[in-house]
Design a protein around this ligand. Sequence first.
Ligand SMILES: *[C@@H]1O[C@H](CO)[C@@H](O)[C@H](O)[C@H]1NC(C)=O
Ligand SMILES: *[C@@H]1O[C@H](CO)[C@@H](O)[C@H](O)[C@H]1NC(C)=O
Length: 511
Amino acid sequence: MSRPTMWQFVVFCCLTSVQINNALRSVHQKSMAAGRLENVTQTISRILEGYDIRLRPNFGGEPLHVGMDLTIASFDAISEVNMDYTITMYLNQYWKDERLAFNAFALWGDNQREQTGELMMEDDGANDVITLSGDFAEKIWVPDTFFANDKNSFLHDVTERNKLVRLAGDGAVTYGMRFTTTLACMMDLHYYPLDSQNCTVEIESYGYTVSDVVMYWRSTPIRGVEEAELPQFTIIGYETNDRKEKLATGIYQRLSLSFKLQRNIGYFVFQTYLPSILIVMLSWVSFWINHEATSARVALGITTVLTMTTISTGVRSSLPRISYVKAIDIYLVMCFVFVFAALLEYAAVNYTYWGARAKKKCKKNKEAERKVFGKSEKSSTGGGSGGGGGGSSDDIIELQDIRMSPIASLRNRHYSNTITTTDSVDAAKFPPSFRIARSYGSSTRSGLRYRSARGQGRPKMLHAIKRGASVIKASIPKIKDVNVIDKYSRVIFPVSFAAFNAGYWIFYVLE
Ligand SMILES: *[C@@H]1O[C@H](CO)[C@@H](O)[C@H](O)[C@H]1NC(C)=O
Ligand SMILES: *[C@@H]1O[C@H](CO)[C@@H](O)[C@H](O)[C@H]1NC(C)=O
């Protein structure tokens, strides 16, 4: 029985000693950590003791080199109206402030030194990095970096101010922050919406000239551009530059990052180009509608013209009031012209049909009146029948006109009946004036003679002009059938619109 007890006792002792050992070690580690933390606090307090925040590192000596790198978090918006764009990014600045160097060995204690001692000694403490809260930046000197084309910016402060300060043992400082900024970007909209824009981020020190602070891009200056997404643009490239900017207060080092943004045409194809094309095509429907359907064709013409106006108003509302002509203006104006021309085409058709007829009728009336007047003058001794004769001739000419118009003839069958009877002519039923009106050619000649006799006193130039005008009129081909205009329009309009489109897209897309 005693043996098992002995064994138990030995095992118990061993376990206890292990436990005590562990406990002792943890106590030791805890005190070490506490000491280390105490040493960090001491170190920082020591660093800031006598630190003058107003003076840049290496004051009075060589210019301080401040490295920059940017990470694009997101492209938020690009506004043509305000000529700016909004971007969220992480900006990191790197510089070396010898006053902030701390003794790595004093900081980390013996334990740490044994583990990485050799390395640290070679690096002069550069690998010892302590990350401090962003507030620490208020206690040390930081560069007065600003964005030269900035309109409005803010630092994000959820949940805390998005800032970081990292201090290396050799005094190298990393100062990072995350913010959203709206930057001016003057856009050239000549090719809008088939354009590409070049927007920049301009970084500069506000107060320190090149003799105090020189900024430079780090080896990997920009990150996150490939991941950035924009609804209306594609980032097709970016590049970094640095140059010296000469201002009234001195020469400053300026870093610039430029993005090349290509506008995506898809939105405009569906919102503007396609509707415009369809509206123009809609206006051609008019050419296939009978020219007598006045209300249908006019309504169609007016509707398409108004729709084009609405489309161009919508486009204009998203653009600044630029005086120069943009690519989209040219397209919309041309569509408007096509739609308007289709409406005018109908005006031409209508005029050729009804207007010319009315003119002829008017002329005939005059001729008839004149003849009747002459006759009645001749037969004035017969007495009193002149007025009645004139009235009847009017009626007859009216009838003739009505017969020529298909609509009227359809509407008034009985009229046409009477007309057919007139055609078969029992001329004796009508007064002499009607016969005269039919023998039109001879009457016009006499009319001209009559007129020339009247206008003998006028200058000859007027005659010459009149003659010239009549020659020109004669040279214009007389359109007998108004449907010819529609027939030609059916071909000319689509062909010229296709030609315009071909020219437009070749010019702007291949540019
Ligand atoms: C704290 O720093 C002192 C020297 O300032 C050093 O002697 C001591 O070992 C350090 N303590 C620890 C726990 O590292
Ligand atoms: C943008 O414009 C600037 C100045 O005009 C030029 O230096 C830069 O190369 C352009 N950027 C791109 C990406 O084309």
